[in-house]
Every structure is written in structure tokens, then in C-alpha cells.
Design a binder for this molecule. Structure first.
Ligand code: ADP
Ligand code: ZN
Ligand code: ZN
Length: 752
């Protein structure tokens, strides 16, 4: 009887059914080459093998099977399915992020395709042939060669001297080792005097005797508490510990335990920026056990890593960014999500719009493992889960050693301005503190959450501002290139000499970004060595590392930066941190603004005096009495969490509700308007008042397309799966409506 296989292709489409060729051994999770659509060859994943003939006319056969073993375990397949169903995308879209691109080649012709199929790099090993192990035979061979082929003779002697197998990977190594080249070796091989074997590159594995840091009594208590929670059956636990309290030390102990019993550990970190320091720290303890996985690795390295892990017998320790949740760790027992509140765990573009933190919790359940979420300032979702007992929890409330928490000072910008105690964008208090820190030879960090020189340019005469022709936003002025730049689409323009509207005066930069802060502070402290860390100064990983290395080596006195400087760096010399404008953090219209502002300010503050004896933080704001500012000063996470949760509950926002945002895009604003009205009306029939909108996003035109949005609030819990089904059905009906065929609908579940 003919067999069929449902195959997932890396497309926004459901699985497609192919016939299994006679005699082919095809199993779920296996990669196969198939032909789909006119001409195209794709890599697909076998999802299900069955004998139900599909009801379309021409059923194509699987072209061939790729790789010896399935690329996915049953649990990984379940994770892909969960992601597709929860985040409302196709399993094929999950495949796009889950497998490195070299592993899923596609091509218009078979040749194009097969050339691309990934083969791990191999190495060549050479050794004397069996026969030459006999001494007489060896001497005979030598005699013959000595006269006729002195180069081969030399090589043979070298090989004999080297004893066992000798690895050659490049011509250069071969020459150094053997003073021979490939031609010589080839000749010896032809004469059957040596054997060459090709083998896949192997990774040296360390043992499992790791030198672990000794824990303080507090840390030990937290570790015991976590073990207790896990032992009591909690699959997920929160480790809430202030910056510098030693969360990482606790991770290290848990990781060592799992590795020692042959299990796998996955440590997720929010961004590549953070990984370098953490990987180095982990390597000091776990040596070659550490496998990094992030986007800065070459495609080949990522592919080799995937395939190696897929064959591993366990004892693996991966440190990686969000997509590492899809790696084939067969004996996964522990997933640690560091800085679990970080928004970069959520992929917003393109689909799957998944949150790796939430996937970690699901995956650990699927494999019967545990998840540890670590943060100084947990997300309210996680905090509530811990508070309600759904998650286990442990706390660390003291910094390690004699490091004291920084002192946080609030500086009122309005009052400073009134008293004439303000220079450029700095209050006198901050300038005084910077001066003192520099005098003592200490380092300073200045945080401003906007890059560029100024967020917009304006004509003082008529109020004209420079705007992007493709997006509904003002252009940001970048002084270094004297350019106006759109931060949404990258459009650039020259700064007009005269106002193009009234032609009376110059346009002047308004507001301020990191570039301007850098320029101003350089004028005030001309002797200080200043650097800037933001998306404009970091053009490559190298540039990034150079800025960090200089600051670490104290070749820089003041580091100005955006969010980039807030992430986990452990700089010993920083004694002062300035937050230049807290107003634009706390006054964001987003419902998470207060939570985010608190997290960000605490994180920035955590950079001050990590090792030194208690640093200082100066927060500049025009609202010194703002509740969030007060909570930051008191370092009172609980107060912030309770206040915010009360509001969220009252207004039915996460974590009490689940949000799904729907964004519609179209070139024609009239069609868009009709589309969004139609969809809103249909959803209201289903979901009533839980549908908010239509609303206009803060930026309602990007790259020439108009945008409109709807927000759906769904109760958390069992009914949410049903709600997603209903929503999916409505969206299908909508996209099948000929009037709205060209309208793009972006579904974002749990938007950040
Ligand atoms: P967190 O991850 O909570 O920010 P870390 O684990 O990075 O804290 O600890 C902060 C600093 O204190 C690090 O430099 C770390 O090496 C040191 N530290 C923390 N706990 C210990 C310990 N038990 N023994 C030695 N050093 C420690
Ligand atoms: Zn633009
Ligand atoms: Zn003007």
C-alpha cells in the first residue's frame, strides 16, 4: 500500500502531503528534499507518515531523504506545534527560525539544491598502513623510496615517528608536520603505504569535575530554596536577586549538577551584547563544555552545532540567544532564562512572533525538565506567577561581598533651570558629581534612551519639522554625517539650509539624543576621554567589543549610551551613573511604561559601583515625585509590582488578560479603513467589548504603507485556546474576502 507523508515546508502554509517512494525509510522529524510549486526544490520536515491518500490530482513523491537521522525529536516537534498554535503562525514559519539556514536549502533546480546540502567540515587523518607495521616491510618500503622518491621517503619517516594517526587539516599543517604536501601524501596513499581517513571534526569534551565558586550563606539558602521548589514538583521557579547578588553563581551550581549526571542545560541570554562576557565566565568554569549559539556565529558554525548536538549523548551546555530554544538537546533537564523580563526574548518580526522565555517554560514541561527564570526586576507576569504559587521562588536581596547598593539621587530639572543651575542638558548636581568622579579617577556612565543628535529639527519661525516621506515620523538629526535619518525605514536626507516652508530662518535641532550628550559633555569636560555606545557607533561586533574593551581597560572615562549600556556589563571602575531624562521613560503611553521604566532605571543603576564601595546614581527628571521614581529610589520592586498589578487588574491588562494585537497594512488608506472596520465589526460579534479599536498606531505610515490596529483582550486560562481558534477562523474569512486580499494582517500574540 502506498504511504504518504505530511511535510512541513519553510513557508507560511500548512503541511503538504507527498507520496513516500517505494522502499524508502521515512520517519517523522526527518529532513527531505521535495519539489513544490513550479520548479522549486525545498527542504521539508516529515511531520507525519500515514496511508490516507490526499484528494488532489497530482501527488508528487518525496525526492530524497536528507541526513541520516531525524533532525527533530518528538518533543521538539511538539514545541514547534505549540509555537505555531499559540503564536498563530504556520509550523513552516517556526521551521524558518528553528533550523540554521544552511540546513534548509532551496533551489530552482535539483543541482542547485544538492550542491547546497550541508555537510559538516571533515578532517583528514593519515597513518601508516597495516602492512607497514611490520618492521621488515617498513624497511623495504623505505629503501625503495629513498632512492626514487626522497620526498615521499621523508614523509613516511615523519609519519612513523609521529606514531598514531596524524591529523591534517590544511596544506600548511601538513607541510609543517610532515614537510610533505598533499601530492606526496596522495602518492603514498596510492601505493597503499598510508591510509587516509576522513572524519568529522570533533569537540574535545572536558570532564565533569568543575571548580565551583563557594556560595555565601545567603546564596546557599537561595540555592536550597530552589532545589526544594523543584523537588516539590514545581517545574518553573523565579530567582529574584538584585544586580551583583550572585544569581550567576547559583546558576553555575545548578548547571554543574545537571552536567554531572549527563543531562543537558540551556542558558538563554537576551542579547548577543551580553553573551561574550557571560560565555567567558562560564568557560572559566566549564571549559569546552560551553557551546555558544547566536547570530554572530557563522551560518556554518551554527549548522555544525545543530548537527553535533543532534547526535550528542548528553552533558551539553549551550549558552545562547532566543532561537537556541529550538536546538536538539536530547537530554534537556534545565533551562535557565537570565534577565527573563528582557523584551528581546520576544521576536516581533517576522513570524513566529514567539517569546523564548515562555517557550522555555513549555519546552521544559515537554521534556520533564525544569525552568529557572532569573532577574533583578522580573516581569509582572512572572512575578505574579511566583507570588500566586504557580512558580517556585527564591530571593537574593544583598550584593555579594562588601559591595553596597548605589545611592540614588533625584535631580529636578525644572528647579535647576529656574535657579540657573543647568548647563546644556545637565543639572549642576550631575555635573558636580561627574567632576568629582573624574577627579578620583573613576568612570562615569550616562544613559539617554534616544540615539542620534536630536529627535527632530524644527523651524522656529513657522514650526515646520522634517518628516520622512515614507513613514509618519519626524527625521532624527545625526550630526556626525550631517544627515536626517528615519529610524523606521532608514531614509536619509540632507539638512535644508533654509526652512523649506517659510524660507525665512534656519531649522534647528530640538530635543537630544546620545550624540548630542556626547558633544555637550566633551565641551564641559574637555580633558575626559569619552565614548558612545549605541546602534550608530556599533557598526559591527568588532566596534562593539572595542568600545567595551576600552571602557573595561579604563581607557575611557565617560561612556554615553542607550539601552545598550544597561545590560549586565560588569565594569569595576564605574562609580557614577547619570540618567539624563527619566521623563520620557515614565511618560510613555504604553501600559507597561511604569514597569519598563522601573526595570530600566534599576538596571542602569546596577552599573554603578558593582565592585567599588557603593556608587551613586543621579536621575534627572521634571517629576521628582512620580511614583515610579520614588519606587526606584527606594529600590522597592514589590511596591512597583503591587501598584502596577492593581492598575492592570482594574483595567484588565496582562497578566490578568492576554493581549493579541492585529495590525493591518495597505498602501491605500481607504481600503485599509474599510478592512479594519469590517474586521473590527466581525470580531465584535465574537468577542464583544474585548475588542479595542480600530486604533491608529503611534507611527501610522511606514515604508509607504498605512497602518491600523486592533487589540484583543482574552482571559488567561483554559478558554484562551478556544479564543485563538475563533480568532484564527475570523482572520481566515477576512483574508479570503476578495476586497481585502491585498491587506496584510500581522498577528502578534502577547505583544511587548
Ligand atoms: P548577578 O548575576 O546576580 O548580577 P553575579 O553572579 O554576577 O551577580 O555576582 C556579582 C559579582 O560577585 C561577580 O563578579 C561574582 O563573581 C561575584 N560573586 C558573587 N557571589 C560570589 C561567590 N559566592 N564567590 C565569589 N564571588 C562571587
Ligand atoms: Zn521612513
Ligand atoms: Zn519655517
Amino acid at each position: 500500500m502506498l504511504r504518504y507523508a505530511d511535510i512541513v515546508l519553510p513557508l507560511a502554509q500548512p503541511a503538504y502531503t507527498f507520496a513516500v517512494p517505494e522502499g524508502a525509510a521515512v520517519a517523522a522529524g526527518q529532513a527531505v528534499a521535495v519539489q513544490f510549486g513550479p520548479r522549486k526544490f525545498y527542504t521539508g520536515i516529515v511531520w507525519r507518515v500515514h496511508d490516507r491518500k490526499p484528494d488532489f490530482k497530482r501527488i508528487k513523491s518525496i525526492h530524497r531523504v536528507l541526513y541520516d537521522a531525524p533532525l527533530l525529536s518528538a518533543q521538539q516537534m511538539s514545541l514547534w506545534e505549540w509555537v505555531a498554535s499559540y503564536y498563530m503562525c504556520s509550523v513552516g514559519e517556526v521551521m524558518r527560525v528553528a533550523l540554521p539556514s544552511l540546513m534548509k536549502p532551496s533551489g530552482d533546480t535539483e543541482e542547485e539544491f544538492s550542491d547546497d546540502e550541508f555537510r559538516p567540515r571533515t578532517e583528514c587523518y593519515v597513518a601508516l598502513s597495516r602492512e607497514l607495521h611490520d618492521e621488515t616491510a617498513f624497511h623495504e618500503a623505505c629503501e625503495k623510496l629513498e632512492r626514487r622518491a626522497p620526498k615521499q621517503y621523508e614523509a613516511l619517516l615523519e609519519l612513523a615517528a609521529a606514531g598514531d594517526e596524524t591529523r591534517i587539516s590544511t596544506g600548511e599543517v601538513a607541510r609543517r608536520l610532515l614537510r610533505a604536501d598533499y601530492a606526496v601524501l596522495h602518492a603514498l596513499e596510492r601505493k597503499k603505504l598510508i591510509v587516509c581517513t576522513e572524519r568529522e571534526r570533533t569537540v574535545e569534551r572536558g570532564g565533569s569535575a568543575f571548580r565551583l565558586p563557594e556560595l555565601t550563606a545567603h546564596q546557599q539558602a537561595a540555592l536550597d530554596a530552589l532545589r526544594g521548589e523543584f523537588a516539590a514538583g514545581k517545574t518553573t521557579a523565579l530567582l529574584q536577586g538584585i544586580t551583583g547578588s550572585g544569581k550567576t553563581e547559583i546558576y553555575i551550581h545548578l548547571i554543574a549538577e545537571v552536567l554531572a549526571r549527563g543531562g543537558d542545560v540551556l542558558l538563554l541570554v537576551p542579547e548577543i551584547a551580553l553573551t561574550a562576557q557571560l560565555i567567558a565566565r562560564m568557560e572559566r568554569i566549564f571549559g569546552s563544555r560551553v557551546t555558544p549559539y547566536h547570530s554572530k556565529l557563522t551560518n556554518r558554525r551554527r549548522t555544525e552545532t545543530y548537527l553535533r548536538l543532534n547526535r550528542s549523548e548528553g552533558g551539553e551546555f549551550v549558552v545562547g540567544v532566543r532561537s537556541s530554544i529550538f536546538l536538539p538537546l536530547k537530554r534537556l533537564q534545565l533551562i535557565i532564562v537570565d534577565e527573563e523580563h528582557d523584551a528581546s526574548y520576544k521576536q516581533t518580526e517576522p513570524a513566529p512572533r514567539y517569546n523564548a522565555r515562555d517557550c522555555a517554560v513549555v519546552m521544559a514541561r515537554l521534556v520533564g525538565g525544569r525552568t529557572l527564570l532569573g532577574s533583578a526586576t522580573p516581569s509582572l507576569e512572572t512575578w505574579l506567577n511566583a507570588a500566586s504559587g504557580k512558580y517556585g521562588r527564591a530571593e537574593l536581596s544583598e550584593r555579594y561581598g562588601d559591595a553596597r547598593p548605589p545611592e540614588i539621587l533625584v535631580s529636578d530639572t525644572l528647579r535647576a533651570a529656574k535657579r540657573g543651575e543647568r548647563k546644556a542638558h545637565f543639572n549642576k548636581l550631575l555635573l558636580d558629581k561627574i567632576g568629582e568622579a573624574l577627579d578620583r579617577g573613576e568612570q562615569v556612565m550616562l544613559f539617554q534612551n534616544r540615539r542620534g543628535f536630536s529627535p527632530y529639527v524644527e523651524c522656529t519661525e513657522c514650526g515646520w519639522t522634517a518628516r520622512c516621506p515614507h513613514c509618519n515620523v519626524t527625521l532624527t538629526y545625526h550630526k556626525s554625517g550631517r544627515k536626517l535619518v528615519c529610524h523606521y525605514c532608514g531614509y536619509t536626507a540632507e539638512v535644508p539650509a533654509k526652512c523649506p516652508s517659510c524660507k525665512v530662518t534656519d531649522v534647528i535641532p530640538m530635543g537630544f539624543g546620545t550624540e548630542k550628550v556626547e558633544e555637550e559633555i566633551a565641551k564641559i569636560f574637555p580633558e575626559a576621554r569619552i565614548a558612545r555606545l549605541d546602534r550608530d557607533s556599533v557598526t559591527s561586533e568588532k566596534a562593539f567589543n572595542a568600545i567595551i574593551a576600552d571602557f573595561e581597560a579604563r581607557k575611557t572615562d565617560i561612556l554615553v549610551g542607550t539601552q545598550m549600556i544597561t545590560k549586565g556589563f560588569d565594569f569595576g571602575g564605574v562609580s557614577l551613573v547619570g540618567i539624563l531624562n527619566a521623563d520620557n521613560l515614565v511618560n510613555n503611553p504604553d501600559f507597561r511604561a511604569a514597569e519598563r521604566a522601573f526595570q530600566l532605571m534599576m538596571q542602569v543603576a546596577g552599573r554603578a559601583g558593582r565592585r567599588a564601595e557603593g556608587g551613586e546614581v543621579v536621575i534627572q527628571t521634571s517629576e521628582p515625585g512620580h511614583p515610579v521614581i520614588r519606587q526606584v529610589v527606594a529600590g522597592d520592586f514589590g511596591a512597583m509590582a503591587r501598584a502596577q498589578l492593581a492598575e492592570r487588574e482594574a483595567f484588565f491588562y496582562p497578566p490578568y488578560a492576554r493581549l493579541t494585537s492585529l495590525t493591518l497594512r495597505h498602501r491605500d488608506p481607504v481600503v485599509l479603513r474599510q478592512g479594519i472596520m469590517e474586521l473590527a465589526a466581525r470580531l465584535r460579534v465574537r468577542f464583544g467589548r474585548r475588542v479595542l479599536g480600530p486604533m491608529t498606531p503611534p507611527v501610522d505610515r511606514i515604508r509607504g504603507e498605512y497602518l491600523a490596529g486592533l487589540l484583543l483582550k482574552i482571559e488567561s486560562g483554559a478558554s484562551s485556546a478556544r479564543a485563538r481558534e475563533l480568532l484564527a477562523a475570523e482572520l481566515k474569512t477576512f483574508s479570503e474576502n476578495p476586497a481585502f486580499k491585498a491587506v496584510t494582517v500581522v498577528v502578534n500574540v502577547d505583544p511587548q
